[in-house]
Design a protein around this ligand. Structure first.
Ligand code: CA
Ligand code: CA
Ligand code: CA
Ligand code: CA
Length: 139
């Protein structure tokens, strides 16, 4: 009985630590893989990446579209790192309907596709790679 109550106290304590640590810890593949099948679908990716808030932060006039200038302002000093990682044509490639504006869908699909290096519409753990600690998005 004594042992049991110690164990449960430990459990509560560990849970408290987890809550405390969550906002500052780097994204882990396992955290994003909601159904734990070792595959990130675009839905799982988007759900988590949306929480990072990049699109909304960059969309200065809140019209749910990124112009090239909003995109470049958003990148700021990270432009070089971005171009190295995603290529300097990313904006045009991601702008699927060529209206010089990235919609929500175009943005998330573009980022997703750039991580899905083998193009099988699934992000496996090695492809997830640099999203996490020290990665470009620093999530
Ligand atoms: Ca999954
Ligand atoms: Ca905008
Ligand atoms: Ca577009
Ligand atoms: Ca893949």
């Amino acid at each position: 009985m004594k042992l049991f109550s110690n164990v449960s106290r430990l459990g509560v304590c560990a849970f408290g630590l987890m809550l405390f640590a969550a906002p500052v810890s780097a994204a882990e593949f396992g955290d994003w893989d909601a159904n734990a099948d070792a595959r990130l679908t675009s839905e799982e990716f988007r759900m988590n990446f949306e929480e990072v808030g990049v699109f909304n932060a960059w969309d200065e006039n809140d019209d749910l579209g990124l112009t090239e200038s909003e995109f470049e302002t958003g990148l700021g000093d990270d432009a070089t790192a971005f171009n190295t990682r995603f290529g300097d044509k990313a904006f045009d490639e991601w702008d699927v309907n060529d209206d010089d504006r990235l919609s929500n869908d175009e943005f998330y699909d573009g980022v997703y596709a750039s991580y899905d290096s083998d193009g099988d519409k699934i992000i496996e753990e090695p492809e997830f790679g640099d999203i996490g600690d020290g990665g470009f998005w620093d999530v």
